[in-house]
Design a protein around this ligand. Structure first.
Ligand SMILES: *[C@@H]1O[C@H](CO)[C@@H](O)[C@H](O)[C@H]1NC(C)=O
Ligand SMILES: *[C@@H]1O[C@H](CO)[C@@H](O)[C@H](O)[C@H]1NC(C)=O
Ligand SMILES: *[C@@H]1O[C@H](CO)[C@@H](O)[C@H](O)[C@H]1NC(C)=O
Ligand SMILES: *[C@@H]1O[C@H](CO)[C@@H](O)[C@H](O)[C@H]1NC(C)=O
Length: 279
């Protein structure tokens, strides 16, 4: 007969391995979304995150990668949570959180990206990004793309901020208004990195009067390991800029680690059953 504590740790282990499997599928999915939406290589030369970044807007809830949102929906500051890819990823450091406007697919941005949010010195506590010790260089300013300028890709990213991090003089004090800057150059010159986690959303105002490049869909069924359950078989079209797919449809296979866990239900039953036996 198992002792109560060994059963409980067995169950905890089972649940964490399920969550870990899901997070690693989520990592593959977010990488596919960044490639499909041309954020790699438009904004990032490469993208190998060690965690998932989840945005939760008041009144909207958790958002999925590439989700289309209105400027009203993204007005309030979102809560940001981080799900490590696996238990060997620890998030005990100091980080920089940013939101930049990578514009539409293929946009040429000679003045760089518009900075909508830049906070140095954030921490990750119980999976949530916290800012008690942070410097809010640019406080959150929700996306407001120009009418007709097409679906802009707003990237929210969390970078390691090493002790050698050195911000430029003109971006080292709090409350600097939104402006354009060269985000990749900022990352490189300040010594930020590696990139821990990132996601993006689409915000469009009015009907596009610019020509848009087509993008292909992310089909998450092609991402799952062959042993994965049916939970990974739902195709998802993230509708990157220029696509006309179901960008609003929440993708059940990415985003929040637990929402997408069909396999969790049997575990919940198992936990309930074991608890009933033990109590
Ligand atoms: C944990 O995740 C990281 C980042 O994705 C990866 O590099 C590493 O190989 C993973 N470790 C294990 C034990 O799966
Ligand atoms: C910290 O977050 C709160 C809530 O979103 C926000 O009001 C505040 O301005 C943030 N502070 C910094 C330094 O970013
Ligand atoms: C900061 O200075 C750099 C280099 O002089 C300039 O390119 C950039 O536009 C400035 N940024 C801000 C926010 O003033
Ligand atoms: C989406 O694309 C299809 C195929 O290109 C096209 O027939 C359809 O009209 C488009 N729908 C919208 C809403 O643009």
């Amino acid at each position: 007969m198992f002792s109560r504590s060994s059963v409980i740790s067995l169950v905890a282990l089972a649940i964490s391995s399920v969550a870990a499997q899901d997070a690693s599928l989520g990592i593959k999915a977010i990488q596919a979304h960044f490639t499909q939406s041309h954020l790699v290589p438009d904004l990032l030369a490469s993208f190998n995150p060690s965690a998932l970044l989840n945005l939760n807007y008041p009144g909207v809830g958790p958002v999925t990668p590439g989700q289309k949102l209105t400027k009203e929906q993204v007005g309030p500051t979102p809560a940001v949570t981080i799900t490590p890819a696996n238990s060997s990823v620890t998030l005990t450091g100091t980080y920089t959180l940013a939101m930049v406007d990578a514009d539409i697919v293929g946009a040429v941005l000679p003045e760089g990206q518009t900075r909508h949010w830049l906070v140095n010195g954030v921490k990750v506590e119980d999976g949530a990004v916290t800012n008690a010790t942070a410097v809010g260089i640019t406080t959150y300013a929700g996306p407001w793309p120009a009418p007709g300028s097409g679906p802009h890709r707003y990237v929210v990213a969390l970078y390691e901020q090493p002790s050698t991090f050195t911000p430029p003089d003109n971006l080292s004090a709090p409350n600097i208004p939104v402006s354009t800057f060269d985000w990749p150059a900022y990352v490189q010159s300040t010594g930020l990195g590696p990139l821990v986690a990132a996601t993006y959303i689409n915000v469009e105002e009015g009907t596009a009067t610019v020509s848009l490049q087509p993008t292909s869909a992310v089909v998450t069924s092609t991402l799952a390991p062959s042993s994965a359950t049916s939970g990974a078989s739902t195709p998802s079209n993230s509708a990157g800029a220029g696509g006309n797919g179901s960008g609003n449809a929440p993708n059940p296979n990415t985003g929040n680690a637990f929402r997408s866990m069909p396999a969790l239900a049997p575990f919940t039953l198992l936990v309930g059953g074991l608890a009933a036996l033990l109590l």
